[in-house]
Design a protein around this ligand. Structure first.
Ligand code: HEC
Ligand code: HEC
Length: 266
């Protein structure tokens, strides 16, 4: 019974990839990132891997936040529970999967269809662990490490392949998520410098280690700080701002330059 469920679910995942492959030309191709999911992947490790995808390769945090509204997307707090009642007769797992692979199929009220379909960005295994992580936000995690292993065999380009039982060895050989997924996200310091010199030095010092005419020194600013301050004019939780003024305007259009600025300011 369980095996049957896994196989059915695998079909579902494959179906989405098949839909994606048929509907949208694959322009971007990111090389698959590696993290060996070891053969004895536990539920906790699976959720952790999902959290890592969320905060690195998936770039979910550019639009979403957990516990408050994101810069462009809804608060994902409690989404694991909410997912079960979003669409009649659609399980939380299926809804979440759909929201990653075909986000425009259901639009959260008051939001625009701007979330990119993740099939072009994440591997099937990465999508699965991310769904497990989303379920862990208030809901019941019913993705199993076995589900993850079974979709890891699916390549977006080989959508007709439905895996049979998978030996633990092949799990090691077919890695899913990258321990260093941030590799793919490391910004370009030169681009960051260009943005800085164009948009920041009106107030900050051309040398970011020094205080500027209006803004404080910001060398070493973390990615989280830059994201919160630049996109939302906020600070990360528990961060002690250098100044308690509110002069700097939010610049939400810089979402794609946060990584570049982070690298430049290191
Ligand atoms: C470019 C911005 C953007 C990015 C990047 C993005 N999202 Fe979204 N996401 C949105 C928006 C806007 C919505 C609401 C509209 C909709 O439902 O598609 C949304 C909706 C969702 C929903 C449905 C929430 C609900 O309450 O039903 C989930 C789940 C979700 N996103 C997860 C993710 C995850 C996980 C990632 C990263 C892998 C991600 N998103 C990346 C913008 C984004
Ligand atoms: C209009 C002037 C102005 C511009 C333009 C500006 N800033 Fe600021 N920035 C400030 C001021 C002033 C502060 C102190 C808090 C405040 O008053 O908003 C600040 C605070 C910050 C902080 C938080 C420092 C801390 O640790 O508390 C960061 C990070 C930052 N700016 C980065 C940038 C970057 C990157 C840019 C360019 C993309 C930029 N700022 C553009 C004026 C500006």
């Amino acid at each position: 019974m369980n095996t049957l469920k896994v196989i059915l679910f695998t079909f579902l995942v494959v179906g989405f990839y098949s839909f994606y492959a048929n509907s949208i030309p694959q322009t971007e191709s990111h090389p698959p990132k590696k993290i060996s999911l070891n053969a004895k992947l536990s539920e906790d490790e699976m959720i952790e891997a999902g959290e890592r995808v969320y905060s690195t390769k998936g770039t979910c945090g550019i639009c979403h936040a957990i516990g408050r509204k994101g810069s462009r997307g809804p608060d994902l707090n409690g989404v694991g529970l909410r997912a079960a009642s979003r669409k009649p007769d659609v399980s939380a797992k299926t809804y979440l999967l759909e929201s990653l692979l075909k986000p425009s199929a259901y639009l959260v009220e008051d939001y625009a269809p701007m979330m990119p379909p993740m099939a072009g960005i994440l591997t099937p295994g990465e999508v699965m662990v991310t769904v497990a992580y989303l379920q862990s936000l208030g809901g019941k995690v019913d993705i199993t490490p076995e589900d993850v292993r079974s979709v890891m065999q699916v390549k977006a380009s080989q959508v007709s392949v439905v895996p049979e039982a998978v030996s633990p060895a092949s799990v090691i050989e077919e890695p899913v998520v990258s321990a260093t997924a941030s590799e793919s996200l490391v910004g370009d310091p030169e681009k960051g410098k260009a943005v800085y010199n164009t948009l920041c030095i009106a107030c900050h010092n051309p040398d970011p280690a020094l205080a500027g005419t209006i803004g404080p020194e910001i060398k070493g600013a973390s990615r989280d700080l830059l994201e919160a301050r630049i996109l939302r004019a906020e600070y990360p939780q528990a961060y002690q701002p250098k100044r308690d003024t509110k002069i700097m305007p939010p610049m939400a259009h810089l979402a794609n330059d946060i990584e570049n600025l982070t690298e430049f300011l290191k």
